[in-house]
Design a protein around this ligand. Sequence first.
Ligand code: NI
Length: 132
Amino acid sequence: MPTLKVHHIGYLVKKIDAAIQAFTKLDYVTMQPTVYDEIRKVHICFMQKDGYVIELIAPASEDSVVSGLIKKCKNSPYHICYESADFDKDYQMLMDNGYASIDAPTPAPALSGRRVVFLMNASMGMIELLGP
Ligand code: NI
């Protein structure tokens, strides 16, 4: 299996500013200004604490990629993102090992346009794969 490094934990939130305030009170620090991802129609803010990185994701409209999920999960962590040094190779390797692609690889504006793809595993749920 590929050598993947944990990059961040994705955290669904209903309102991005309220969530940033709440995490700030627990001493999380914002890593960059909040970004609007127009492909996925979500607001994204990365924060860190104790070496852990969290990605806050809030729906920007009713048809955002997380609108359905947030009705089910409310405010909650929902994916771990793994960083890959060889995106195409690791993507294929995951697909050959029981992961199904949820979407096609697309650039992530909140991560300097690096490619990301979401995959589902029957025993583990959703992961995100992040290119170099
Ligand atoms: Ni993510």
